[in-house]
Design a protein around this ligand. Structure first.
Ligand code: SIN
Length: 298
């Protein structure tokens, strides 16, 4: 199967990297070492970081020691904070919230391929996730490059998909085995962070082929928060959605970030999907997260 794909597509890969960022896979993702985010960054370093972010889409900045206030201050350099609609933040920094998996957690937050808050009319631009407590092994995060996924569709498929819109409903219970988000989060041990029940769920309807507002590159904007195509039933949408979801999971489009103590990862939700791996039963994993507001997808 892989041979056939290589014959069809050619070998994938890239050869970029700048002084700051070292690629971790052929498809996307880079490690950044040697900077201290608790200190002000020079204009040169900041510019290199921004370039690396657009080039690599996922940056794992290693060896940081950040309290919530410092983490938030760095996060805000990427834009305005986008509040996560379903949870409260930390008491000391409400714009930072905690992703927690306790040793007996029965579900893991983010354990499905998605871009953050696709169900919002203006989905998240950047997510920043900082490791607080890690399991001894496991708990990695996978990322997929949705631009590569788009580029490796046939021309006929690209034409067929070009007018489609995705319909995403943040309150859709079918994604949670019929449970509410509240029940679902509680299974992971995160109930204490729930927002007020009157918090409005939101619906996003977006182009399936999305153009990046900064690079102009097209991507296949899809994830498990898509219920159906706009104007089509869920039943009619399912075969094509299933095909596209399988397509974005191709290993050649992905990278795997292995967390280390002090790692902060930021990713571009406008052209990537991610998946938190649930392989550390019996251990705690605790992360701090900030999400940055994006714009209306076009
Ligand atoms: C997320 O989906 O935002 C969380 C990813 C992770 O915990 O690795």
């Amino acid at each position: 199967m892989l041979i056939t794909r290589i014959e069809k597509d050619g070998l994938m890969g890239r050869k970029t990297g700048n002084a700051l960022a070292t690629p971790i896979a052929g498809a996307l993702g880079a490690d950044v070492r040697g900077i201290d985010l608790s200190e002000p960054l020079s204009d040169d370093v900041w510019a290199a970081l921004e370039t690396a972010f657009l080039d690599h889409k996922v940056l794992a900045i290693r060896d940081q020691t950040l309290d919530p206030a410092t983490f938030l201050a760095f996060s805000k350099r990427w834009g305005d904070v986008h509040f996560y609609p379903y949870m409260d933040g930390l008491p000391e920094e409400p714009e930072v919230f905690e992703i927690l998996a306790k040793p007996d957690a029965q579900r893991i937050f983010g354990n499905r391929w998605h871009s953050d808050q696709m169900y919002d009319p203006t989905p998240v631009k950047v997510t920043l996730l900082y490791a607080k407590d890690l399991p001894p092994v496991g708990g990695d995060t996978l990322f997929s490059n949705l631009e590569l996924a788009y580029e490796h569709l046939s021309d006929g498929m690209k034409t067929m998909l070009s007018g489609l819109k995705i319909y995403c409903d943040g309150a859709d219970k079918s994604r949670y085995g019929g449970m509410s988000r509240e029940q679902w989060y509680a299974k992971g041990g995160m109930a204490e962070k729930l927002n007020a029940p009157e918090q409005e769920p939101v619906i996003g309807i977006h182009p399936l082929i999305r153009t990046h507002p900064e690079t102009g590159r097209k991507c296949l904007y899809i994830g498990d928060q898509v219920q159906r195509f706009d104007g089509m039933s869920a039943e009619d949408s399912k075969p094509l959605l299933d095909y596209l979801m399988k397509h974005i999971e191709r290993p050649e489009f992905t990278c795997r970030v292995q967390w280390e103590p002090g790692t902060l990862v930021l990713w571009d939700n406008r052209c990537t999907c991610h998946y938190a791996i649930a392989d550390y039963a019996g251990h705690t994993r605790r992360m701090h997260r900030v999400t940055i507001a994006g714009d209306v997808p076009v």
